[in-house]
Design a protein around this ligand. Structure first.
Ligand SMILES: [Zn+2]
Length: 288
């Protein structure tokens, strides 16, 4: 082989390596799909928030009815009254399911905007996003009842519905008050969330701060690997469940940072992933 052909073969090999590297964008063992960002949330999206928990449930039910492949109502009794978890299924090419949850109930004297209409509006945007960018894995979005009354909705979901097809959960609760905070019971997920935040210039604060009790605790107890996104720091703890939890308390720049991270996490965790399967196997807690 002359020197010229050796050089040509070498050049071709180098080009192939470069092409493969450009194609596979991987962090923390997860392949990152490249898909468009979501449409940001605006203050106008929070103009007419239903007041009572019944009205909130009805609002979501009407809004989600036509968007889901199937909308399932799971009854939940909360302090003597009957509510429902609203379960929105989007079927992928596999039974394996990414669970996305946010509670819709409010408590105390406030309007329950940050806690947790922000989580509901994020879940709704994720639903819109997934209906235009169909996921490979199935996605189940759940608007949970009765979080403020002892996590009744998430407890009921775990009791009635949890099975091995659920691989990962992402819980959204009280966003846009402060820099985004993440909690996770699975190191690969924590790694993924921090890497994605870094990539999209999303500041994270108190990454290892213990969150207030939330629906995420119900899923953790069940042994489901997951990630909890919230923004409750010192200020948030004093604000939620009071009359100061109004739309004026929400920083929309920070809220949209949470939305951006949730969409990137959602698209990554609903893509075909080897790492996620590995992670599920490594979970110490037994599944039912
Ligand atoms: Zn909450």
């Amino acid at each position: 082989m002359c020197l010229k052909s050796v050089m040509r073969v070498l050049l071709m090999a180098l080009c192939t390596i470069a092409a493969v590297q450009a194609r596979s964008d991987e962090v923390c063992g997860f392949e990152l799909p490249a898909r468009p960002d979501p449409e940001p949330l605006k203050k106008a999206d929070f103009a007419d928030i239903p007041r009572s928990n019944q009205q909130r449930q009805q609002w979501i039910r009407e809004r989600w009815a036509d968007k889901c492949d199937e909308l399932i109502l799971l009854p939940v009794r909360v302090e003597g009254r009957l509510f429902s978890n609203l379960i929105c299924r989007l079927e992928g090419q596999t039974e394996d399911t990414l669970l996305i949850t946010a509670h819709f109930d409010r408590a105390g004297s406030g309007e329950g905007v940050a806690d947790n209409w922000t989580g509901i509006r994020l879940a709704d945007r994720l639903l819109d996003w997934f209906t235009t960018h169909r996921p490979y894995r199935s996605v189940e979005l759940v608007a949970l009842a009765g979080e403020e009354a002892g996590m009744q909705g998430s407890r009921a979901w775990v009791r009635e519905r949890f099975s091995s097809r659920y691989r990962v959960v992402m819980n959204l609760d009280t966003l846009g008050l402060d820099d985004l905070k993440i909690e996770s019971n699975a190191p690969p997920l924590h790694c993924l969330a921090t890497a994605l935040a870094d990539r999209h210039n999303i500041p994270l604060s108190g990454q290892h701060v213990r969150a207030l009790e939330s629906d995420f605790d119900s899923f953790k107890r069940a042994g489901l690997p997951g990630i909890h996104l919230h923004s409750v720091g010192k200020r948030g703890k004093q604000l939620i469940h009071t009359s100061r939890d109004r739309v004026e308390a929400v920083d929309f720049r920070k809220l949209n940072q949470a939305l951006l991270l949730a969409v990137h996490l959602g698209q990554t965790l609903s893509a075909p992933q080897v790492a996620a399967d590995e992670m599920a196997r490594q979970q110490p807690d037994a599944r039912p």
